[in-house]
Design a binder for this molecule. Structure first.
Ligand code: LIP
Length: 287
């Protein structure tokens, strides 16, 4: 995958310095969440549906991220899952998911992460340029990061997407939304995908899924309904590791559909998803 052109950066920022800050932010918030996890986690509120939880720790983690960004890069904007948008003047926006995989965090299933990315341009997948990102897996400390044109690493070691022999032998990650109507449609789409691949993994954190794709731990990934904060950091880790990250029918990755993997297999998987109308019928609201 060829990296997009690097835009001019404000305030003496470099891709490397932004990537370093993304790593410091994600690991600091990760330590807060790891050390503060109570024996029994309780739901503080729900969002798009009764099964879309927010915990006190989602809020505390995002609070810490916002404070650190305000101290280090006061002119940048912030788009976070749990708080109000903060306007900026630099043209850069930090896209934050304080705990991606909140349901896993709630139950103690070990796949939850802090996801931090910084983008230039509007903070929407169709028009942003992702400059740097970090996904920090809180339970085990694995840390993936990438900078535009710099490649991607896990714990400092360069990673590349895998090279599965065929779609039929590919292990495919996916996820499901919080809305019941959306899920019913996703289940129908799955009946078209599952017979044509090795197997499915639903691990519960889109950010980690994209990083597992990047380091070859899974072969392909697709999901409908991702929000910008679910995917921003994972998407740059995946593309810098050699993946294509796209939508269907030639469109960009985003809420309607995100497909990621090696180019030839992505082409085969998108054809199946398009035939199954995977970005069509069913509710399209966020979640
Ligand atoms: C979640 C994801 C999960 C996806 C859910 C949701 P949250 O993010 O990462 O993999 O399937 O729809 O978006 O709510 O835990 O931050």
């Amino acid at each position: 995958m060829i990296s997009p052109a690097l835009p001019e950066l404000p305030d003496g920022a470099t891709v490397t310095s932004l990537r370093d800050l993304a790593v410091r932010l994600a690991t600091a918030a990760g330590a807060l969440v790891r050390e503060g996890r109570p024996e029994r986690v309780v739901v503080a509120a729900t969002k798009s549906s009764d099964v879309d939880p927010v915990t006190v720790m989602d809020q505390a983690s995002e609070e810490l991220l916002r404070e650190m960004i305000a101290a280090e890069r006061p002119h940048d904007a912030i788009l976070g899952e749990e708080g109000d948008d903060v306007a900026g003047t630099s043209g850069l926006t930090w896209v934050l998911d304080p705990i991606d995989g909140t349901v896993n965090y709630l139950y103690g299933v070990a796949s939850w992460a802090v996801s931090v990315a910084v983008v230039a341009g509007p903070p929407e997948p169709a028009s942003w340029t992702i400059l740097a990102g970090c996904v920090h897996s809180i339970a085990d400390g694995r840390t993936w990061s990438a900078g535009l044109g710099e490649g991607a690493t896990r714990d400092g070691v360069p990673v590349r997407v895998g090279a599965p022999a065929s779609l039929g032998t590919s292990l495919v990650g996916t996820g499901f939304g919080y809305d019941a109507g959306r899920r019913a449609h996703q289940a129908q789409v799955l009946t078209q995908v599952l017979p044509k691949i090795r197997d499915i993994r639903r691990l519960g954190s889109a950010a980690i899924d994209l990083c597992l794709l990047a380091d070859g731990s899974i072969d392909l990934y697709y999901e409908r309904g991702l929000n910008p904060w679910d995917m921003a950091a994972g998407a740059i880790v995946a593309t810098e590791a050699g993946a294509v990250v796209t939508g269907l029918r030639g469109g960009p990755a985003g809420n309607a559909m995100t497909v990621a993997g090696p180019p030839d297999l992505v082409a085969q998987l998108t054809a199946i998803l398009e035939a199954a109308d995977a970005d069509g019928a069913g509710s399209l609201e966020r979640g």
